[in-house]
Design a protein around this ligand. Structure first.
Ligand SMILES: Cc1cc2nc3c(=O)[nH]c(=O)nc-3n(C[C@H](O)[C@H](O)[C@H](O)COP(=O)(O)O)c2cc1C
Length: 251
């Protein structure tokens, strides 16, 4: 291994990156408006309302100790659909908004450095009650979905987009998180990228634990074909791109 190359890349893991920044020159300190909490839906997109907490009574009762103890990466899923209430619960658990604090800032069910929450959640749906096969996106502000586009070849495209990991295509729904880096760069400039990745871990861990609570399973996937996955979602690959994904199904 090239030790110099490794040393350069290790720097990315160090907080010295943040300490080198003059925060007076960040967009936040220059008075630039914060970017929006979520990517706005296109005008023609209709909002699909999601069941809220009032419909999640059946999901209560799993001891947090059991959920943590039983959590594991699950790659085999039953050929059963997910209900919309189950999907809504998993979305809220991973990115749900609890309170808006100020323009561009809201506290969610997961932590985020500087409360910047750089992620959008896309769903590759092919077996969820009431939803046609296609690519959807979660709107945490409204706790709703929008259909990004229908795609009857979704399942065929998913295996190559995950570098041959066929278990992703067998899941009734796959969560795909993109990053919109500017949301965090606005505050942290070049130190943003390290904390965006730290933030992503919290999101996926909540998905693991929420899945355990409702008889589902998931597996974090960081090995994927960047361009194919971005194409599948319809994101530009520059200002927004895939960083992590996780298929979900009944176990
Ligand atoms: C950042 C990250 C990336 C991962 N990427 C993949 C992946 O691409 N494919 C896969 O099958 N598992 C992937 N995993 C799952 C790990 O293989 C799994 O967590 C590990 O083997 C430990 O097993 P456990 O989660 O059951 O405890 C990933 C896990 C993490 C945290």
């Amino acid at each position: 291994m090239d030790k110099e190359l490794i040393a350069t890349h290790r720097d990315f893991l160090k907080d010295s990156l943040r300490q080198a920044i003059n925060f007076r020159f960040t967009d936040q300190h220059q008075g630039v408006e914060p970017p929006p909490l979520q990517k706005p839906p296109r005008p023609e997109q209709e909002l699909i309302a999601l069941p809220d907490k009032s419909e999640w009574a059946a999901f209560r009762g799993t001891d947090v100790l059991d959920a943590i103890a039983n959590r594991m990466s699950r790659r085999r899923f039953k050929a059963e659909s997910l209900s919309l209430a189950e999907l809504a619960f998993l979305l809220w658990s991973t990115q749900g908004i609890k309170k808006q604090l100020a323009p561009g800032t809201a506290v969610r069910t997961v932590p985020s450095a500087g409360c910047r929450h750089a992620f959008e959640t896309y769903l590759l749906v092919h077996n969820v009650d009431g939803l046609d096969t296609g690519v959807y996106r979660y709107l945490p502000v409204e706790h709703a979905l929008v259909l990004e586009h229908e795609d009857s070849d979704l399942v065929e495209k998913l295996t190559p987009a995950t570098l041959g990991q066929a278990f992703t295509a067998a899941a009734p729904v796959t969560f795909v998180w993109t990053a919109i880096p500017y949301r965090t760069e606005w505050r942290y400039y070049t130190a943003a990228h390290r904390v965006i990745l730290l933030d992503a871990g919290h999101v996926c861990q909540n998905l693991y634990l929420a899945c355990e609570a409702i008889g589902c399973g998931t597996c974090a996937v960081a090995a994927f074909h960047q361009e194919l996955m971005d194409q599948l979602l319809g994101v530009d690959g520059t200002d927004e791109f895939t960083i992590y994904l996780a298929p979900v199904g009944k176990c």
